[in-house]
Ligand binder design. Structure first.
Ligand SMILES: C[S@@+](CC[C@H](N)C(=O)[O-])C[C@H]1O[C@@H](n2cnc3c(N)ncnc32)[C@H](O)[C@@H]1O
Length: 184
């Protein structure tokens, strides 16, 4: 069975088309960036850590791809860089895997960034958020993100949660789809 990241990728892969513009809100080591770059026309990849962006950029170059714009800034500022509507966005929150850095995503900024991205998502566009409640800030963040997504207008958005029920504080994924006027 798919873990939370593979689940998110599989859902996004069904929606992203070759001409689409998409966002990786937390580039990290670039695994999600690479997935997006293989599916979409253009990727905007954000991270606040130089170490992360270098790793992500290396992964994209090694794959022979050149359709990613890397931006060293907080995902709160996505609207300053992305002027066009987007088909998908990935928020893989938490710490940079394999790093000694103590930098992690934060509840307040993640919620603000998600709000901003929901505005520029096209109808039938999809957003994935992977949450890591196993550490203190991650748990606070998961609660804040869930509150935001659970309160979205059900006539405008579909919101789903994919979570292992029998593992305490395990990572999990939430998916948001923007609905069209005629969608049920
Ligand atoms: C779990 S990692 C991302 C994993 C990555 N997507 C991959 O495929 O390897 C989370 C990343 O979020 C970054 N981050 C933390 N706060 C951020 C912010 N405000 N804006 C953008 N990125 C942020 C961290 O530097 C870290 O690299």
């Amino acid at each position: 069975m798919d873990g939370p990241i593979a689940f998110a990728h599989n859902q996004l892969a069904r929606r992203i088309e070759s001409g689409d513009t998409v966002v990786d809100a937390t580039a990290g080591n670039g695994h999600d960036t690479l997935f997006l770059a293989r599916k979409a026309a253009r990727v905007f990849a954000f991270d606040i850590q130089r170490e992360a962006l270098e790793a992500a950029q290396g992964r994209i170059e090694a794959a022979g791809l050149a359709n990613v714009t890397f931006i060293r800034d907080s995902h709160v500022n996505i609207p300053l860089y992305v002027a066009e509507p987007i088909k998908a966005a990935v928020f893989n929150l938490g710490y940079l895997p394999g790093s000694t850095s103590t930098v992690t995503t934060k509840a307040e900024t993640s919620v603000e960034a998600l709000r901003n991205v929901l505005e520029i998502l096209v109808v039938r566009g999809v957003l994935s958020v992977t949450l890591y409640p196993g550490h203190e800030e991650g748990e606070r963040e998961a609660q804040a993100v869930e509150k935001l997504l659970a309160e979205l207008d059900g006539s405008r958005f579909n919101v789903f949660k994919y979570l292992p029920l029998n593992k305490k504080k395990a990572p999990y994924t939430m998916l948001v789809e923007k609905k069209g006027a005629k969608d049920a």
